[in-house]
Ligand binder design. Structure first.
Ligand code: SF4
Ligand code: F3S
Length: 112
């Protein structure tokens, strides 16, 4: 089992999650984060910290696409353990539909 970051993170990227993860298993893309599924210890503390409700347990159904995306990009993007400032327009993107199709970026973020 692992927790997984979904498309709800895209362009919100609040980064509250990275501060609470005890094993530092978040990885940073240009406009979203992912969780490394082999490093996550399923503690669940990150899930309620996300203002965008973007983090789910993989025991929920319908997450296959995001599980694959987390596994793929966790090995391509840099590790992030320190929260930076969220995008200025993060609140505007909360709950917007179809963010993956319109706005996913495969580019890496800065990392720590
Ligand atoms: Fe980190 Fe725990 Fe969240 Fe997994 S469930 S990403 S170990 S805080
Ligand atoms: Fe994304 Fe939520 Fe973390 S918006 S960066 S999963 S706090």
């Amino acid at each position: 089992m692992t927790y997984v970051v979904t498309d709800a993170c895209i362009k919100c990227k609040y980064m509250d999650c990275v501060e609470v993860c005890p094993v530092d298993c978040f990885y940073e893309g240009e406009n979203m984060l992912v969780i490394h599924p082999d490093e996550c210890i399923d503690c669940g503390v990150c899930e309620p910290e996300c203002p965008a409700d973007a983090i789910k347990a993989d025991t929920e159904s319908g997450l296959d696409q995001w599980l694959e995306l987390n596994a793929e990009y966790a090995v391509r993007w840099p590790n992030i353990t320190i929260k930076r400032e969220a995008p200025a327009d993060a609140d505007d993107w909360q709950g917007k539909p179809d963010k993956f199709e319109a706005h996913f970026s495969a580019e890496p973020g800065e990392g720590d």
